[in-house]
Design a protein around this ligand. Sequence first.
Ligand SMILES: [Zn+2]
Length: 238
Amino acid sequence: MKVWIDPGHGGSASGAVKGSRMEKDDTLKLAKLVKAAFERCGINTIMTRTTDVFVSLKDRTDLENKNNCDLAVSLHRNSAADSSACGVETWMHSKAPASYIKWGEDVLKELEKVGVSKNRGVKKGFTGDANSDYAVNRDTKSPSMMIELGFISNDKDNGDYDKNLNAYSEAIVKACCNYLGAKYTENKPATSGTGSTTNTGTNGGTLYRVQVGAFENKENAEKLRDELKAKGYSAFIS
Ligand SMILES: [Zn+2]
C-alpha cells in the first residue's frame, strides 16, 4: 500500500501567514510525522516535498498519478480575517462517495479525541463553490482528502497545533489505516538494550520503569542523574 502525502505550499508559496509563522512550515512538520507514522504501520509513502521548496500543483498531482497510490492526503492550515474563526475541517471531491465522507468524518473524530477547538465537519467541493474542486482532490486518482488543521489566524489553534502535532499525526494515520483496512500500530517508545522493561513490584504487580537517558560515557550519566535529583526526582544509575 502507498499513501501520497502532500504538505501544502512551500518555497516562495508561504500559504497563510501569521506574523513569522507560515503555513508551509506547519504543513511540512506535520507531514514528516504523518509519513513516519504510516511507515511504522507498514504503509509506503510518497511526499510531494520534504524540504521548503516550491512544487506546482501539477507536479504534486502528477506524482500521485504516476505512483498508483491507495490514498492521497493533502495537509493545510486555514486562515480567516476574523481571528476568532477556529477549528478543523476536511475537504472532499464534490462527487466523493459516502465511503470517502465517512473517512473524512473519522479523521475529524480522531482529531477531536486529541483536542481541537471545533469540528467544522467534512466539506465538499471548493470554498463557495460546491461544483468545483481543489486540484489535490480533482487531479488525484486515489481517494483523496485535504485537511485544514486549524486556523493559523487563531492563537488557540496555533497553540493546539504546536502542543498536539505528534498526536494529530497519529490521529490522521489511525483514521487512514482504518479506511485502508490496514493495521494501525501504536507508537511505542523504543525500549533500551537488553533485559526486561518491566519488573515485578512487592505486591506482585507490574512496575513500569521510566528511562530518561542511556549514555556510553559515565560522566554524562552522572550529570543527568544530578540534574534529575536537583529537580526533585529520585534517580540512580544502573
Ligand atoms: Zn493551504
